[in-house]
Design a binder for this molecule. Structure first.
Ligand SMILES: Cc1cc2nc3c(=O)[nH]c(=O)nc-3n(C[C@H](O)[C@H](O)[C@H](O)COP(=O)(O)O)c2cc1C
Length: 452
């Protein structure tokens, strides 16, 4: 049992000495082009620590932020620090984390919850999976700090069952932290108690949406509901709830350790810190990359990604998964942050980045994402259930070169209707890949219009 910060530091020293005498400590070769432009905060322990050994996490500075918060900071101080950091939710929406925590902290209730969203349903995305698998204690520490800040004593991690390694490591991490008294009753004799349980999702994309996720944890169908009421007032079991993404929570411990100002000085004015991207598609170096916000798409594609595979011509980069858009070559110098991506018709999303070369047909790309949304639509609201299917069928006509001019008008109109009338974010953003490809690659749609 660890009952004080001092004991935690002593354990860290002992384990560090053990690690030093046993030279299997791993480091990254940061001289390679792939790492040179990266800045690793969320992924700093990835591949370095043993994710199944809490002592290794502690030896690398783990849980010191939780103990610092409990020892030296009031819950208001913690929230203030997160507000200063400018941290915004990494799950897609970019909502300021400090403000979210503050609203829950202000609500009076005998029971509040912290939920970690590890659903990660975007095709091609594996950022959260990597964090949960490589550094599970970092997620637990972020949740416990959130619990302390908001007055919650219970946390849930909602993770898809298709991530068995993540589930296994999180389960082990919870057991280890509970055994050491870092989770559970009266943590380090501070009066603060916090326990965490895991809930498995069955792999429905819509269950990443906050209200659907909560319905799923409660044992209901994973269907979204209208907001308000917001989760801060009426979340899990009707109680005030903070829902945060895995990567958001993985940023908490470093912020508390180094201070909000430190974090704010990384990235851009409105989007501080770093972002983890899953760089995939027709690119030489694929994989997880973490870069300061404000890094350009060109740096991501050419300096880190090594350029397009087989030295083919770059055509577009898709960001934000099924809710995002395709960005063409002339915008490659765009500095990536929440606002800039929105301005060009895409979104940050959770961090999927798919590179396409000139062999890609943009109508087919749009159709792929629309078909994904159609099959993942929960069916609760008509515009999404019917609209995404109708849009997929319309796109098929363009691909078969059997569309009419009227179909093109209808396609654009239907996109607007589905966007503005769907119940939740799934339908509201499903037309984005179509709209952004129409914006930048209209000729490819017109090539699908037959003249007879
Ligand atoms: C269809 C849909 C799927 C979503 N999937 C995820 C997901 O897998 N992970 C996630 O963190 N957020 C997801 N979100 C966003 C969440 O609703 C929520 O905004 C987020 O978890 C809040 O955490 P943050 O503030 O830390 O970003 C999804 C939203 C929608 C509409």
């Amino acid at each position: 049992m660890i009952t004080s910060k001092q004991e935690l530091q002593e354990l860290a020293q002992i384990k560090k000495a053990q690690n030093d005498s046993n030279p299997k400590e791993k480091t990254l070769d940061t001289s390679s082009a792939f790492y040179a432009k990266q800045k690793r905060i969320v992924l700093e322990n990835e591949g370095i620590i043993d994710p199944e050994d809490i002592e290794d996490y502690i030896a690398h500075g783990g849980y010191i932020s939780l103990f610092k918060a409990l020892d030296e900071m009031s819950s208001k101080d913690v929230i203030e620090e997160i507000k200063i950091s400018g941290l915004r939710g990494r799950g897609g929406g970019g909502y300021p984390t400090g403000l979210k925590w503050e609203s829950v902290s202000k609500v009076k209730s005998w029971q509040k919850y912290i939920i970690c969203n590890g659903d990660e349903g975007d095709p091609g995305a594996f950022m959260d999976r990597a964090v949960m698998e490589s550094d599970p204690h970092r997620v637990l520490e972020g949740m416990a700090i959130a619990g302390y800040a908001c007055g919650a004593d219970k946390g849930y991690i909602y993770v898809r069952a298709e991530y068995p390694i993540a589930v296994d490591r999180l389960t082990k991490a919870i057991k280890q932290a509970t055994k050491l008294g870092i989770l559970g009753e009266n943590v380090a004799q501070s009066g603060f108690s916090f326990s965490i349980e895991i809930r498995l999702g069955a792999g429905a994309f819509v269950c990443g949406e906050g209200t659907a996720l909560i319905a799923s944890i409660e044992g209901g169908r994973g269907h979204p509901r209208q907001k308000p009421p917001h989760l801060s007032d009426n979340g899990l079991w009707g109680r005030p709830t903070v829902l945060n993404n895995v990567e958001t929570l993985a940023n908490i411990a470093p912020i508390i350790k180094n201070g909000g100002e430190w974090f704010r000085n990384i990235g851009t004015e409105k989007s501080s810190g770093t972002k983890v991207f899953a760089l995939t598609g027709r690119i030489k170096n694929t994989g997880l990359v973490e870069v300061p916000m404000g890094t350009t798409l060109r740096e991501l594609v050419y300096d880190i990604g090594g350029g397009v595979e087989d030295d083919k011509k770059f055509k577009a980069i898709q960001s934000g998964g099924p809710s995002g858009g395709c960005i063409p070559e002339h915008l490659l110098d765009l500095k990536v942050d929440y606002e800039s991506l929105k301005e060009v018709g895409s979104i940050m999303g959770s961090g999927g980045l798919i590179v396409m070369d000139d062999s890609s047909n943009m109508v087919e790309i749009a159709r792929y994402f629309m078909d994904f949304c159609a099959s993942e639509s929960c069916g609760k609201c008509t515009p999404c259930r019917v609209g995404t299917t109708q849009l997929t069928q319309l796109l098929d006509k363009f691909i078969a070169k059997k569309a009419t001019k009227e179909d093109f008008t209808l396609l654009k109109e239907m996109c607007e209707v589905v966007k503005s009338t769907s119940l939740c974010g799934l339908g509201q953003t499903a037309p984005n890949p179509v709209l952004s490809t129409i914006k930048y690659f209209e000729d490819e749609y017109l090539a699908g219009v037959c003249n007879d």
